[in-house]
Design a binder for this molecule. Structure first.
Ligand SMILES: Cc1cc2nc3c(=O)[nH]c(=O)nc-3n(C[C@H](O)[C@H](O)[C@H](O)COP(=O)(O)O)c2cc1C
Length: 324
């Protein structure tokens, strides 16, 4: 019904992507997205080992016979996870689609290409998108300043970033950051993208494996309730505003260093927020799009609503504008 070249290249019904989400991108959510016709990604590093990732891929296969992928987020770390082992686990499991993010994927592309794995690379600037296209990725996901997680340091919103990328990108282009509904999908298509990626909106679905308090907070929160942390360290992250995020911003603004906030921003604390629903116990990721989230549907309801709504918008309001 809403079909673009992204659907043809990546083998899915609808151009709607559920991007990688640490502690959230597990089999139930990803399989639900796949079953509803979208492209879901398990999050590799949510699994403690490559072997655990293989088990999670198997679990996802039990829940869907549709295509799904795995997100491999490559971030700078003092003790980096064994990225190559995770990559090989993905390949050996027979997964055919990968979302890379966080850094240049060059090191991993030859292995993926040899195994026939399609790569959707997510980045936050036109120059990185162009670079990834030159390296031979199969699709680009471009994350605007609105996005949850790491928006980069350029601060370019989707309204300019998406068409600027579309002017330079010929492989399928996915618009990311700030999308939640049919209006967003139609706008992304008009801006030159071939589909949308959503994180925060999928966090507020029934199948997301997080505490109901988190989902309810996304419904209650407005577009004003996120925080940009780590700005002075040039490793900006957009998170839900809470006691901890405010404290982190204050410490760094007063000249503190990463060591001074390390304990506050520990990943395990964020994971515990999602598990227990104690919303002020750590930092957890959310985007400004929470201002557009008003309910907690199933994934299938959400995707149907977006697809049917997009068709209605194009045939209705937009056609009326040109007198049809
Ligand atoms: C809870 C949460 C965790 C995330 N973790 C990751 C991650 O591990 N790797 C990644 O590439 N993106 C991650 N993201 C970003 C999403 O994949 C997506 O790019 C982003 O959410 C898009 O912006 P939106 O939230 O406005 O839809 C995360 C987002 C959320 C909400």
């Amino acid at each position: 019904m809403v079909h673009t070249k992204f659907c043809d290249v990546f083998g899915v019904d609808y151009p709607i992507v559920q991007g990688g989400m640490q502690w959230v991108g597990c089999a139930e959510l990803t399989a639900a997205v796949a079953n509803a016709g979208g492209l879901g990604f398990l999050t590799a590093l949510t699994q403690p080992t490559p072997e655990a990732l293989v088990a999670e891929i198997d679990r996802c296969r039990e829940l869907t016979d549709k295509p799904f992928g795995v997100n491999l987020t490559i971030l700078p770390a003092i003790n980096p996870p064994p990225y190559a082992e995770y990559r090989d686990a993905i390949i050996e499991s027979g997964v055919r689609i990968v979302e890379t993010a966080g850094a240049n994927p060059a090191e991993h592309l030859p292995a993926f290409r040899e195994a026939g794995v399609k790569v959707l690379h997510k980045c936050t600037s036109v120059r990185h998108a162009v670079k990834a296209q030159e390296l031979g990725v199969d699709g680009i996901s471009i994350d605007g300043f609105e996005c949850a997680g790491h928006p980069g340091e350029d601060d370019i919103g989707g309204l300019v970033l998406i068409p600027a990328a579309a002017e330079r990108i010929s492989v399928p282009l996915i618009a990311s950051g700030g999308f939640a509904d049919a209006r967003g999908l139609v706008a992304a298509l008009a801006l030159g993208a071939d589909g949308i990626n959503m994180g925060t909106r999928f966090l507020a679905t029934r199948e997301a494996p997080v505490h109901d308090n988190v989902k309810r907070r996304l419904v209650e929160a407005t577009e004003l309730d996120t925080e940009l942390i780590f700005r002075p360290l040039r490793n900006t992250a957009r998170v839900a505003r809470n006691d901890v995020s405010r404290k982190v911003v204050r410490i760094l603004d007063e000249g503190g260093q990463f060591e001074d906030v390390r304990e506050l921003v520990a990943g395990v604390r964020g994971r515990e927020v999602l598990r227990t629903g104690n919303l002020d116990d750590g930092v957890w990721t959310a985007g400004v799009v929470q201002g557009l989230i008003h309910d907690i549907p199933t994934v299938a309801e959400l995707i149907d609503r977006i697809v049917i709504g997009a068709k209605g918008l194009i045939e209705g309001k937009l056609s009326e504008v040109i007198g049809k």
